[in-house]
Design a protein around this ligand. Structure first.
Ligand SMILES: [Zn+2]
Ligand SMILES: [Zn+2]
Length: 361
């Protein structure tokens, strides 16, 4: 019995010893983890310390992975949109050449044939030229050498001076001179700024004009083709050949696509035309609106320092210095550069009216 009791006591002591040891080790481990946590925290804080750090920067940093994802997906979508616009435009041009042109040549009078050949090809050249220039021309960025700039503000993303009218594009991750917008809706996959704003607008304008031209001149053919398609489902069905059916469907596709694009792109073009008349970019419209309201409350009137009056704004935008430029620079494809460097905004030579010196916003 005694030996059993001794054995029991010894086992219990051993167990208690193990428990104490375990507790000590656990406390030691917890202490080590706590020390490591404090050390890591201190390291991270000292590494990330910046006197400019505030809640906005912290929020931006937290959302950085989401921005990255959105930017990359949008860039990818941009490439898809470019392929889509080239594909759709090519399909319309192919239908016109394969289906409509032979019909025009057979049935129209020589005067109408000349008009369609001349206008159609001119419009097509203007669309292709301005689209190509809009997607391949850089919008312009402030120079990297910071001494070259008399910046009016600092870009928080680039940590560099930002000239007047320049804005940071989160998709390009760069500052863009006289930035209008990053264009994906109109399928450019490029930023629209100082050097390609005219190409962007001209592309929208000529594309709208081309779509209106196709919709108006193809209206009669569309009506006939649509009526023919409706008879497909009659009993007994009319005997149309495969070629005739393909013709009917192509004409309906052409008319529906062109009239829809004419409406949507026409509205966008009108909106941009109104902005150009006022001498504003899409971004400046919001800034100027706020400024106008702010000054109105104080009983003052806001004046856009980059507006020279409706007509002169158009001349500056299109680069028309002398009357013959309306032909050579507006009605014909022209790769001329816009006025100025986009870094400072002096009075362009084509503006006759002298204004007070421009103030940068
Ligand atoms: Zn920037
Ligand atoms: Zn951009």
């Amino acid at each position: 019995m005694r030996s059993w009791q001794r054995m029991f006591v010894a086992v219990m002591r051993l167990l208690l010893k193990c428990l104490r040891l375990g507790q000590r080790r656990r406390f030691k481990l917890l202490r080590q983890v706590e020390q490591l946590w404090h050390y890591g925290n201190l390291c991270l804080r000292s590494l990330l310390y910046n006197s400019f750090t505030n809640s906005d920067v912290v929020l931006d940093s937290l959302f950085e992975p989401i921005y990255w994802l959105v930017d990359h997906v949008t860039r990818w979508f941009g490439v898809v949109f470019v392929a889509l616009v080239i594909g759709l435009t090519s399909s319309i041009v192919a239908i016109v050449y394969i289906c409509l042109l032979p019909l025009i040549l057979q049935t129209y009078t020589p005067a109408w044939i000349c008009w369609h050949l001349a206008y159609g090809h001119w419009n097509l050249i203007m669309i292709v030229f301005h689209y190509y220039m809009a997607i391949t021309t850089s919008p312009g960025h402030p120079p990297q050498a910071k001494d070259d700039l008399s910046g009016v503000s600092i870009c928080r993303k680039c940590i560099a001076p930002k000239p007047a009218r320049t804005h940071h594009c989160s998709i390009c991750n760069r500052c863009v001179l006289k930035m209008d917008h990053h264009c994906q809706a109109a399928w450019l996959n490029n930023c629209v700024g100082h050097y390609n704003h005219r190409y962007f607008f001209s592309f929208c304008l000529f594309m709208t004009m081309g779509c209106i031209y196709c919709s108006v001149s193809g209206w009669e053919m569309f009506r006939d083709a649509y009526a023919a398609i409706e008879t497909y489902y009659q009993t007994p069905p009319p005997t149309f050949s495969f070629r005739q059916r393909a013709f009917h469907k192509s004409v309906v596709y052409l008319w529906v696509l062109c009239s829809s694009v004419a409406l949507a792109l026409g509205a966008l073009t009108l909106w941009h035309a109104a902005l150009i008349t006022r001498g504003e970019t899409s971004i400046e419209r919001h800034i100027n609106k706020k400024e106008r309201q702010r000054l109105q409350k104080k009983g003052k009137v806001f004046r856009n320092p980059y507006s020279y009056g409706g007509w002169d704004n158009w001349k500056v935008f299109l680069g028309v210095d002398v009357p013959r430029h309306w032909l050579t620079r507006v009605l014909l494809p022209s790769p001329h550069l816009p006025h100025g460097t986009g870094l400072s905004w002096d009075l362009p030579p084509c503006v006759t009216e002298q204004r007070t010196p421009l103030l940068a916003i």
